[in-house]
Design a protein around this ligand. Structure first.
Ligand code: C5P
Length: 397
């Protein structure tokens, strides 16, 4: 059953688009809500009004439809779904997806989404067999896109072979499997992220430059694998992911309290850049200039959240993962940190200025566990997150 599930259905421009109308009917029979998006080419094959009537929903068509932006922006539209389905996925749409193009509403939604994507390809047999399409298919699969079909048979163009879109009921089955079978379904995973802010007085604080990007990407990737994620975040630059439980905190002490309150968890990932120090006593009123004399700030050490949870005697999560940002002797320092803190894995990275990693969109990490050090290639932070989420799923299985 799909009741309560929201499916963003992108209909591409191919003769198989007529079958997508039946797909909408089948999905709605099973209780799903279907939000349809038509590409320009799809409108040549199916009437927006029919699609809208079948879905009992507004049909989204144009990226620059300002009414849509006022109602629901394209980013939100792409994320307010449980699953994104592309049916039919034409050769052109697949190429756009593989290349990361975003020049219309459908491709923009596909690039912006943080949800899993299922495609049902449909095209002429030669187009399907073309090396370019097969290359794109491999790229999409390695990006984690789910694929159903195509079937083999007579085609509308008179040729015979693979290229027919899967039957609506087969697509429904793939959708049901995608929504039910995340490897982390039923697992509770806690993620800390972002910096902490430690007040000096009511208007000033100590902070660091963490954007929260890597922690957010990890939470999103875990959620996409079906995990029930609690995301404990300090004041980050990037917005928290959709569909996860968000707990916002300011200080390290609040973060520790929120983490303890969120346990038990099957796994806990500590990606936050927690301030090591806070004011021994934050001033209750704004500190004034005092005849040119600079104030002396007295510090107290913050609790080490990762070490506290790693060393819990009772209720320790089965898998505890910490991070180590180092500028030299990365492996040696991170290995020592793993021992000292008592966590299972340390995700170590070199944040020397010449790497451009700090504040950048890429990361090159080495995962240190009792199996030794596993160096990953330089990847985008989203790819690091996806790879780490897959490794966590494997460890928890
Ligand atoms: O000791 P260091 O700050 O290098 O350790 C980094 C790791 O420890 C990160 O996983 C970070 O989230 C965690 N940490 C913590 N609480 C602290 C300091 C660091 O959870 N007070």
């Amino acid at each position: 059953m799909l009741s309560g599930k929201r499916i963003l259905l992108i209909i591409g421009g191919g003769i198989a688009a007529f079958k997508s109308q039946d797909l909408i009917r089948r999905l709605r029979e099973r209780g799903a809500e279907v939000v349809p998006v038509l590409t320009k080419a799809a409108e040549e094959f199916v009437a927006p009004l029919s699609v809208s009537a079948l879905a009992a929903q507004k049909v989204y068509r144009d990226l620059f439809d300002l009414t849509d932006e006022a109602e629901m922006g394209h980013i939100e539209l792409s994320r307010a779904a449980d699953l994104v389905v592309v049916a039919p996925a034409t050769a052109d749409l697949m190429a756009k997806m593989a290349g990361g193009l975003a020049n219309d509403l459908a491709s923009t939604l596909l690039l912006a989404t943080d949800k899993r994507v299922l495609i049902a390809p449909a095209m002429n047999v030669r187009m399907w067999e073309h090396p370019a399409t097969q290359r794109n298919l491999e790229t999409l699969k390695s990006d984690g896109v789910l694929v159903t079909g195509p079937d083999e048979g007579d085609m509308a163009c008179g040729e015979y072979g693979p290229g027919r879109m899967s039957e609506p009921l087969a697509i429904v089955a793939a959708i049901e499997a995608a929504l039910a079978d995340g490897p982390l379904k039923g697992k509770h995973v806690l993620v800390t992220s972002g910096p902490t802010h430690e007040p000096i007085d009511p208007v000033r604080y100590i902070a660091n430059r963490s954007s929260g990007a890597q922690g957010t990407a990890i939470a999103r990737a875990l959620s996409a694998l079906g995990a029930d994620v609690t995301f404990v975040t300090g004041p980050a630059d990037v917005a928290p992911p959709e569909g996860v439980k968000v707990v916002e905190v300011q200080t390290a002490q609040q973060m520790l309290a929120a983490v303890e309150k969120s346990l038990p968890a099957d796994a806990a990932i500590f990606a936050a850049a927690v301030a090591d120090w806070r004011m021994a006593e934050a001033s209750g009123s704004k500190i004034k200039k005092d005849g040119g004399k600079a104030p002396t700030l007295k510090f107290a050490e913050n609790p080490d959240i990762l070490a506290t949870v790693s060393q819990m005697k009772k209720g320790r999560p089965g898998l505890v993962v910490g991070f180590a940002a180092e500028t030299d002797d990365v492996i040696a320092h991170a290995t020592a940190k793993r021992e000292r803190k008592g966590c299972d894995w340390i995700v170590a990275n070199d944040v020397s200025p010449e790497t451009g990693i700090m504040g950048g969109s890429e990361n090159a990490v080495t995962v240190i566990s009792d199996q030794g050090a596993d160096a990953w290639p330089r990847l985008s932070k989203d790819q690091v997150a996806a790879k780490l989420a897959a490794k966590i799923a494997e460890a928890l299985s």
